[in-house]
Unconditional design. Sequence first.
Lengths: 229, 414
Amino acid sequence: MKILLVEDEKELAKSIVQFISKEGFIFETAHTFSIADEKLSLNEYDCALIDLMLPDGSGLNLVKNIKKHQPNCGLIIITAKNSLDDKLTGLDLGADDYLTKPFHLAELNARIKSVIRRRKYEGSSEIILNEITIIPDKREVTVKNKPVELTRREFDILLFFVSNKERVLTKESIVEHVWGNDPNAFDNFDFIYTHIKNLRKKLIEHGANDYFHSVYGIGYRFNLNETNK
Amino acid sequence: MKLISKINRYFLVSSLITLIIISGGLYFIIVNAFTGEIDEQLSHIARKAEQELASGKEVGFAPFIEVTPAAPADSTAGEYKNISIENKRESEPFRQYTSFVRVNGNEYKIITRISLIEKEDLLFSVLVIAIITIVFLVLVLFFINRTVSKIIFSDFYATIDKLDSFSLKNDDELELSKSDIKEFQQLNKSLLYLSKKSKKEYRSLKEFSEEVNHEIQTPIAVIKSKLELLLQSSNLNSENLVLLDTVLKNLSRLERINKSILLLNKIEQKGLFESTDIKLSEELNNVLNTYNEFISAKNITLTLKINNDISINANQSLIIILLSNLISNAIKYNLPDGKLDIEINGKMLTISNTGNKPKSDTDKYFARFYKDSDLSESVGLGLTIAKKICNMYSTCIIYSYTEGIHTITLEFKK
């Protein structure tokens, strides 16, 4: 999987590459519009992350360019502006997703995976994790081929963990992923505990191992190589 | 007190004083001239009496002319004097002239008198004229007060009206009507200058604050990403993790504050938001869906009563933000096992929740960064944003507290 990252803030670009390249993606980074434009004319990408505000041009033009010349490339727009207009224009132009700075790296990772899943496998992908199988587009989960009934929230939480395997996820990032990012709504994320407890219980009842690990009050980690007995 | 009344008051007082002085002076002058005239007449009559005596005629007509023979001249010779003579019931004022003459070898004392009743009439007339003038003056001033001031000050009141509706936030410049009065022209000129200058400064301040807001987003994003990378490192002990947790929490608070301010600034630019027809109950249900888990996590009993739907023409995102802020507050500040009642009735949406007694002035609830709670993580901008959105759609928002129940009422314009 080849991903183009267009982001003028070098340190942020470095963090993104460092965090997400573990997934086996190959990253190419462009800090300016002209470099991004050049790279797009030379290479094909599976997904592009584009910052709208670039020192030498608007990212929206890159979006148009990609739609025209690389229609199979997934597109995620990143911007510091959370203007509603930009959101509309970005999505109207055919961007698959839209992310406002500052974001959680785990969130970006989940979005990239979701875009690639939709684009590459046209919705027929399955995620197989030992005895657990997830079909994201049908929102189905099976353990040892037996279906597990999950609530909408529980499914979203599971998919978020699975997209960010072996990573510490803060409670805040989980809540923001599942309930949306409303700056004034949440100031206590402890209620997430109940949801994760229920999710674990359901999976264990169906014969799955417990891959969820609590991390010192900060959050949780989903680790396939380490099970709670 | 009105300016014109104040001016009139000074004018009236000074006119009265002037009028009294003038009336007094006038009286004095008239009396003097009158007395001079009478004295002349008296001496004239005396000479006439002397001539009559010389021709051997009997002279005397009391009390106007009295002739007494052969008295020696005394100190009263040639004296003019005011006297009063008792006559039946009343006394009558007279002016009298005494002279001594020698006619045909005989000495005579001649006293001539003229009644001064006319002098009193004169005083009376002057007084009447003065009073009429004063009454007339008061009437004229009253008239000026009532009607002329309306005409003269119309430009002034027009300016005041314009100033009342003037807002730094509006894009349109202050426009004042022309006046032909120099002072008002001057006032308008200064006001126009002032409004232009303050608008310019307000704009640059606003632009600055928006830029700061945007600029802050990037370093926050970088710090957040680095901390999240740090969080993934395997050799952190529990102490490190607790520190990291605190840093992350405060960073996200900073982020929330910044985002809220961005939103607040944006709401002021009404043109940015497209309006559509919105069914309030629909949005309310969607928002409640989002908060379902929060409500059950606190074991709050939710009662939803929708008597009728309210349809509003507004921006959907803003209405969702408005409802989210109000409902999340009603959950955040609710008591465990508390109650949350939401009702739509007529044009009103009422959200009431159980909660602790307000610690201080509830008028400040809508003010920026005001917090009446121990929830240190709350930003204190939720209600400010809610109020801004309400103002934008001329919706009335009222907070009240009675016996353990906090209530927010929204009255939508039809």
